[in-house]
Design a protein around this ligand. Structure first.
Ligand SMILES: CC(C)(COP(=O)(O)OP(=O)(O)OC[C@H]1O[C@@H](n2cnc3c(N)ncnc32)[C@H](O)[C@@H]1OP(=O)(O)O)[C@@H](O)C(=O)NCCC(=O)NCCS
Length: 174
């Protein structure tokens, strides 16, 4: 039976579910990559706080969409202007995370498409995202048409330095 996925703008009452998905996803995806001490400190309530401003449209012009299956929130995406070096033509997909049981069923693709659609509506001509070089899901971005761009940046997480990869999409502003 085909599953019905609903993608909608997040509400403040979704914040804790979003914080839990973020926390669980980091602990599963980055265990063995990012330090245990950093991962063990993550918790749903603190992570939820990180997204509340974006949910209510009060943080750096960011927006949040959630994906629901039935009444369960199974994933979310955060988009908006670029974090560093804001450019009116270039928007950024900042975060995309799913509960592990619902990965591989097309939910991530729907969230990525919703983010690209909202950025396009806001007038951005291009969408970029950064992902850790060690992230095992890079094929997802390539399957969704992302093009790897030359990039030399890195990020410090829990006192370790990680190389970042940069993917880009042209947006259709028609
Ligand atoms: C990465 C993530 C958002 C992808 O969402 P998803 O719902 O699992 O992916 P989809 O089912 O929509 O897959 C879309 C396409 O990507 C491909 N794909 C997804 N994950 C893949 C993987 N790990 N390896 C290879 N291909 C993959 C699928 O085969 C599909 O391709 P197709 O349309 O040609 O068949 C999700 O798996 C996730 O949250 N992972 C853990 C957290 C994470 O790493 N987030 C990103 C941090 S930047």
């Amino acid at each position: 039976m085909a599953i019905t996925i609903t993608v909608r703008k997040a509400m403040l009452s979704d914040a804790l579910s979003i914080g839990k998905i973020y926390t669980d996803s980091w602990k599963i995806t980055y265990r063995g990559i990012v330090s245990n001490s950093f991962l063990d400190e993550l918790n749903p309530a603190t992570s939820a706080k990180k997204f509340e401003g974006a949910i209510i449209g009060n943080s750096k012009n960011r927006f949040v969409y959630v994906a629901e299956i039935g009444k369960e929130i199974v994933g979310f995406v955060v988009g908006g202007p670029q974090k560093d070096n804001p450019n009116p033509e270039v928007g950024q997909l900042h975060d995309i995370y799913l509960v592990s049981e619902h990965q591989g069923h097309g939910v991530g693709r729907e969230l990525l498409t919703a983010c690209a659609g909202e950025l396009s509506k806001q007038g951005f001509k291009k969408m970029i995202l950064y992902v850790l070089d060690e992230n095992p899901y890079q094929r997802f971005y390539e399957a969704a048409g992302g093009v790897l761009e030359p990039y030399q940046g890195s990020i410090e997480i829990g006192r370790q330095n990680f190389k970042l990869l940069k993917y880009a999409w042209g947006l259709n502003n028609a």
